[in-house]
Each structure stands twice: as C-alpha cells, then as structure tokens.
Ligand binder design. Structure first.
Ligand code: ATP
Ligand code: MG
Ligand code: MG
Ligand code: MG
Length: 472
C-alpha cells in the first residue's frame, strides 16, 4: 500500500463521513511564536480553543509536519522523522469520544478491499488515561477489546493541555503489535519498539485553570462544546503496511536512502552505523526539500538555521559514509521524484530549491576544506611537538571562525591519532556565551550563532539543540 494510497483512503473515509477535506497548511505556521507546524491540529487551533467559530463541524486533513525535537531519534528508532505527515480528523462540538473511537477502529480494521487499512484486530492495542473509565468502556463495547489490551497511562503520556487556561482532556493512543521478533510481550506500557504508536485521539473535554504546568491544573468543569483532535502518523502506517522495517524504508523515503548508499558504494544493511547514517540522510534531505518548497531558505537564524543544520548534518553523514564529493544533486533529485506525486509543488519549485541546496552544499564543503587545512596544520604541529592532545583553542577557533562543528574536529583529530582538550574547548565556548550575553545587555552586536541559541530557547517545543549534540 503506497503512502499516496493511504492518504487517499484516509480522506475518502472521513470525507464520506461528513468531514470537510482541508488541504495541508504550510510547514511555516501562521503563528509567529510557533516555528513550524508540529501537528495536524495546528491550523485548527483557533477553532479548537473557540477563539474563532469553526466554519464546519467536522474536518479532516493530511498535514505536513516538522518536529526538530525528534532529531536525536531519527534513524535510530523505527518511527521518528523530522518531517512526517499527520492524518487528522477533527470535530468541533460535534461527535465526541464514542464517535472518534468508532471511526478510528472502523478505518483501521476495515478490509483493504473495502477502502480500509486492513489491520488485524488481534494486532491492535490501546492506551487510555488512567481516570478515563468512559474511554475504557467505549473501547470494550465498540472494538470488543479485552481489558488486557487496554492499558492505563498517567497524565504525562495521556493527557493533553496547552499549559494555559483553556481546553484540556484525556488522550487515547492506538498501537500496532509487530510481534515477538521485535521485543517482549506486555503491550505499549512495556515496550515501544515492538508496539508502535500509530494514532493519538485527543478528547478535549474540560476547561482548566490554575495551570502551573502541563500536568498540574484545576479542572473547572466540562466544556459546553467538546472537541476531537486526532493524529495518525502516515509514515508509521505506511511502513507497517509496506512490510518494511521502519519509516525510512517507505516508498516516499527509501529512494533517497538508496541514492546515498549508491553514492557511497556501501550496502544498506551491512553495517549498523552506516545504516543510521543512510536513514538520517534520507530523512534530513526530505525535510530540507519540503522546508525549502514551503519558502524557507538556509540562514543563520530561526527557521533558516534549522534548515541549514539539517543540510549540514546530511553532508556530515555522507562524509562519514566516505563521500567527500558533492551529493545533493543526486539526493535531492531522488527525494523530489519520491515526493512530487503527493506534492506537485515540490516539482514546480524544484529549480529554485535545488539552487539553494547546491549553493548550501558548495559553501559547506568549502568551509570543510578550509577548516580541514587549518586542522591538518594544527595536527602536524601537535604531533611534531610530541603531544597527543589538540589544544582547546584550536578547536574553538575552528568552531568560531570556520563554523566547524566540534564533533567533526573530534573525529578528524581521532583519525590523526590525537585527542582534543575538550574541557578547554568547553570553557572557551562558555566564556564566549557569557561575553555575548553581556554584549546583548549593553545592546552591542551579538555574535550571530549565539543569538540564534537564544532565539530557539524562546520557541520551547521546537528548540533546536546545538550541533555538538547532533552527532550521529
Ligand atoms: P512517539 O511517542 O512515538 O514519539 P508522540 O506521542 O510524540 O509519538 P503525537 O504527538 O501523539 O506523537 O502525534 C500523533 C501521531 O503522529 C503519533 O501517534 C505518530 O503516529 C505520529 N508521529 C509523531 N511524531 C512523529 C515523528 N517524529 N515521525 C513520524 N510520525 C510521528
Ligand atoms: Mg514523540
Ligand atoms: Mg507517544
Ligand atoms: Mg502520542
């Protein structure tokens, strides 16, 4: 079942059940405090919070999403992409808990020949919020699930709130059991590798106030208009339906992975570390393609900085696969071909996007070359002086002047048989940060890369970790 086929089944199913089909919004959220669209519900927030009356009682969408806070998981788990598509159905004061559970169960278990997703009932598990007896009762009566396959979860996992006074409510998540080859028995409460979360149902049931955190608040009472917000991960369903091992091997992603393998001359499946690198490249190239198609350009701040980091991380991973030559033309071309059926604007914008990508690659390869010659000199000097440790200020200069990520310096020093004085490097970094803070206070110019860190902090959810923490 191709990803586009899952999309069609989804929209047909909810469309024919009274839901207005709403096209995906841009990855760049309207809301300036949100860096990217991180969930299917983002474009519907004004309707869900009641700030704006909803123009329809029910809606459905397949929404493009970016989650940079999952970047560390990419390629290592089977199920986290920085870009992915979230399929949602939404009710604005119309159907509630029973309706949402009925629809989800019906679509998942309806045979493929009848337009459904054709999952076997025996492979599905659910979790409910521990105090939501109503949800447990509904899963038993609607789906006929036995109590053992309905697991309780606490507020941390199965409660939704914005952290602000307003709507909130319990969630219920649906999991697919991949079988004993993938981990221990016992359901999603025990293992999230064998049991893959595919769909989250949010029941916006209560009004809350006195909020001190996402899990600590007072329930004022039931909302007069209860809403439903659900999100199904389309890549996760695709990989389970396509009989492949993870979301990086589905039809929309795998061609990029194969292109990376082809360029490197290494075989996917031969080496665990190389496999992670290939999956990271496949993910990051696709995310970069989709971000640039939606108008983001690489830069030193905000969204552009995240895009730049995704592309540089791909280049780094290619380098670790032994490829120093430019590879974006091939990689982005493969991603374009895989994504254009679902997103014709990817092909329409490709000339502009590939110019950006190739320019970024060329610039970073130049940076790498310049940094490499400085590093080679320093390595030589250190070795001649009989030392085994590269000075911290060399690593700092490489970072500060050449934008050379520390993990790259560490790796290249190691290749030359040297270690790096990491403590001295860290000290210089933190001194630089304090200087920048002091500068900012006195309204002097702030170093570009440091101001960027501050900006990400302001964005909470989409906070992007420094390159040092992004090593693969
Ligand atoms: P997980 O616990 O696996 O990280 P989540 O609970 O963070 O998932 P939700 O916020 O509930 O995910 O999002 C709704 C659905 O979107 C999930 O059930 C999953 O199918 C999908 N999803 C979430 N994050 C990702 C991601 N990074 N890549 C692919 N699919 C995702
Ligand atoms: Mg998550
Ligand atoms: Mg989860
Ligand atoms: Mg979830």
């Amino acid at each position: 079942m191709q990803t586009a086929d899952i999309q069609r089944r989804w929209l047909d199913f909810f469309g024919s059940r009274g839901h207005t089909v709403v096209p995906s919004a841009s990855l760049i959220a309207d809301d300036p405090t949100v860096m990217f669209t991180i969930a299917g519900m983002v474009p519907f927030i004004p309707y869900l919070t009641g700030v704006v009356p909803a123009p329809y009682a029910r809606a459905t969408s397949v929404q493009k999403c970016i989650r940079t806070n999952d970047i560390e998981e990419v390629g290592k788990t089977t199920r986290h992409g920085t870009f992915f598509q979230m399929n949602g159905n939404f009710s604005f004061g119309d159907y509630f808990k029973a309706g949402a559970i009925e629809y989800a169960w019906e679509l998942l278990t309806l045979p493929e020949s009848e337009g459904g997703l054709g999952f076997a009932e025996k492979d599905l598990w659910v979790t409910v919020y521990e105090e939501d007896d109503e949800a447990r009762r509904l899963w038993k009566s609607i789906a006929g699930l036995p109590d053992e396959r309905i697991q309780n979860m606490g507020k941390e996992d199965n409660y939704w709130s914005t952290g602000q006074p307003g709507p909130a409510g319990p969630c219920s998540e649906i999991y697919f059991d991949r079988g004993p080859a993938y981990g221990p028995e016992g359901g999603p409460a025990v293992d999230d590798t064998r049991y893959i979360e595919i769909w989250n149902l949010v029941f916006m049931q209560y009004a809350i106030d006195q909020v001190t955190s996402k899990t600590d608040f007072r329930i004022l009472g039931e909302l007069p208009n209860k809403n439903i917000d659900t999100g199904m991960g389309m890549e996760r369903v695709a990989f389970l339906k396509q009989g492949v091992e993870n979301m990086y091997e589905i039809d929309q992603v795998r061609p990029v992975l194969d292109a990376a393998a082809g360029l490197s001359g290494r075989r996917y499946g031969a080496d665990a570390e190389d496999d992670v690198r290939m999956r990271v490249i496949a993910d990051h190239v696709r995310s970069s393609l989709m971000l640039m198609t939606d108008g983001v350009a690489p830069g030193n701040e905000g969204r552009g900085y995240i895009l730049r980091r995704l592309m540089r991380r791909s280049i780094r991973a290619m380098r670790l696969l032994g490829v120093d030559a430019p590879s974006f033309e091939v990689l982005f071309g493969a991603s374009r071909d895989a994504m254009s059926t679902a997103y014709p604007d990817v092909a329409e914008n490709y000339d502009r996007v590939s110019r950006l990508a190739l320019g970024e690659e060329e610039a970073f390869l130049r940076t790498l070359a310049a940094g490499t010659s400085i590093l080679d000199l320093a390595v030589d000097r250190t070795a001649k002086a009989g030392g085994g440790t590269l000075a911290g200020d060399t690593a700092f200069q490489l970072h500060d002047t050449f934008g050379f990520p520390i993990d790259l310096t560490l790796e290249m020093a190691e290749e030359a048989g040297l270690s790096v004085d990491r403590a001295a490097f860290d000290r210089l970094m933190s001194e630089q940060r304090s200087r920048a803070k002091a500068d900012a206070k006195s309204k002097k110019a702030v170093l570009a890369d440091v101001s960027v860190y501050g900006e990400f902090r302001a964005h909470g959810e989409t906070q992007f970790l420094g390159y040092e923490q992004l090593d693969t």
